[in-house]
Design a protein around this ligand. Sequence first.
Ligand code: G6P
Length: 374
Amino acid sequence: EEHGKGDYPHYMLKEICEQPRVLAELLAGKISSGPAGLSLHLPPKVEAVLARARRLRIVGCGTSYHAGLLGKYRIEDLAGRPVEVEIASEFRYREPLLDPASDLLVALTQSGETADTLAALRMAREAGVPTLALVNVPGSTIAREADAVLFLEAGPEFGVAATKTFLAQIALLTLLALHLAPEERLAKKTGLSRQALLSEFLGIPGLLDKSLSLDSSIASLARELAAAPLVLFLGRGADYPLALEGALKFKEITYIHAEGYPGGELKHGPLALVEKETPVIALVSPDPRLLPKMVSNMQETLARGARQSAITARSAFEEMAPLVATELSLPDCSPLFFPILSSVPLQLLAYHTACARGLNVDRPRNLAKSVTVE
Ligand code: G6P
C-alpha cells in the first residue's frame, strides 16, 4: 500500500497530500530544539569545504533547476555567498570556469540519474571541484558519485510531475542557507534569530494543511482555466522561481501553454499577451519590499482585462481584493518560508486543470520521470 495509490485517484494527488508529513520528517531529522539547533549531518570534510567555498555552482534540470534558482535567492541573501545556477545541459556543453579552490558544485536531482546533471557532476569532479548532491533516490548514480549527499527523504515519487520532491528541495536549500548564514546577517535580513527561524520552520508542515485545504477553490478555478489558450504566472524575488515552476507544472500535465515571468519583466514582452480574460496567476509573498511592486504589475494586467488570481498571505487581502477574481490565501509566515506554502496551490492548480481536461495526470504525453539519455 505504501507504494500504491491508496484512496487517491492519482499518484500525483497522493504525493501532493503527503507533503506535510514529508516536510515534518525532513525537518525533524535536521532541526533540534537544543542549542545546536540545526545539523545537516554532513561529514566534517564536507563542512570544511562548505565553510571555505566562495561560490556555489548549482546545476539541475526541469523542476530541480527551479528549486536551484530559489536556492540562489536564499543562499545569496542570507549567507552572503555568490551562487550561480545553471541548467545542467548548458553547463556541460560550454566550458564553465571552474575553480577547485573556491567552487562547490551542488547537483540537484530527484532521481539521481539525469544524464546531463550526472555529466555536469563528473565535469566538476574531473576539475577537482568538490561536489554536494541533493538527491531523492538512495543508491542512485549521483548519490554514489558525489562527495556528499543530502537526501530529500521524500519517499518514492511516481507521478511524472515532481511535487513533494520539489518541496523537499526548496526546504533543504532553505536549511542550507540558514546553515551558512552568519547570525548577524540573518538578524539583519530577517529581523529574527536563527533559533526563532528554526522554530518557525518546524511549524510550517502544520501550515501546509491550510495550503491543501484550498483544494476546492482551486478545483473551481481549474474548471475555468481548462479551456484557456495560455496562463501567465508572475512573481518577484523568490516567487519568480515559483512562477517558473508553476508554469512548468501546468504545461507538463495540462498541455496548455504557460509562461512564468518575473513581474518586472512584464513590460518587456509578456504584457502583449494579455487581453480580456487572459488568466494571470500572481504569486505574492508577504515581503514588504516586493508586495507594492507586484500590486502595480497586477494593476497593469488588470487594466488589459486579465482574469487574475493571487496566491498570497492572508494579511495581503486588502491589497489583493480589488485586483483579483480569485484569492487563494495562505497563513502568514516569514517570507523565507512562504514559497513552501505557495508551491502546493500551484501543484493543485495544474492537477485539477489536467483532470478537468480528462488527461492522464500521472503519465503526461512525451515525458519521462527520469531522463537518463540525452
Ligand atoms: C524529467 C522529469 C521532471 C524532472 C526532471 C529532472 O524531466 O519529468 O519532473 O524535474 O526530469 O529530474 P531530476 O530527477 O534530475 O530531478
